[in-house]
Design a protein around this ligand. Structure first.
Ligand SMILES: [Zn+2]
Ligand SMILES: [Zn+2]
Length: 177
């Protein structure tokens, strides 16, 4: 989505406001599909500060993410505020600035950067997600299975190696007695 800057570039201090729906393409992030349920509702303003432009705004959208535990898709409400500086045709790779060329800026790339930063690092459909059974692969949120052995294994705390050696030793002693 491009915004025409012609008017504000003429005069330092001038600004423009925008309020738009931005349609972004689905993408792959950390080997998982990320898709948009609808458009990104984006609103904000751009001000000409002389040598740079100041871009401020907020974004709302609903993303479809994949739960890492049960592998089902779930909805994630994205809501973020952003504040960025823009420089014209900067050929230096300055991480503090986005660039624009000519008389317009393309918000798509800028928004993609903010969205990626905002994605939750542990994508999980709910705190209570029970995931897939490690034995039969069934989705434990929907079905139950009889793989009881594995539930026991999962909940047993890991033992310190030395303690485990002691436990093995004691059980060996018991057998001999
Ligand atoms: Zn899940
Ligand atoms: Zn199972």
């Amino acid at each position: 989505m491009k915004i025409n800057l012609t008017e504000i570039l003429l005069e330092t201090g001038s600004s423009l406001e925008f309020n738009k729906d931005l349609y972004l393409k689905d993408f792959v992030w950390q080997n998982e599909n990320v898709s948009f349920k609808g458009p990104l509702a984006i609103s904000g303003s751009i001000q000409n500060l002389g040598h740079v432009l100041s871009l401020k705004g907020s974004v709302r959208s609903t993303l479809i993410l994949t739960c890492r535990l049960c592998l089902e898709d779930y909805e994630y409400e994205l809501k973020l505020d952003f504040e960025a500086r823009l420089k014209k045709d900067s050929n230096q790779d300055d991480p503090d600035y986005f660039t624009y060329t000519g008389y317009e800026i393309d918000l798509t790339d800028i928004m993609m950067e903010y969205i990626i930063l905002e994605l939750p690092s542990t994508r999980q459909c709910s705190d209570k997600c029970r995931g897939l059974c490690s034995s039969c692969g069934i989705n434990k949120n929907i079905h139950t299975c009889d793989c009881i052995n594995h539930i026991g294994e999962d909940t047993e705390p890991e033992l310190d190696e030395r303690f485990k050696a002691l436990k093995d030793y004691l059980s060996a002693q018991n057998k001999e007695v």
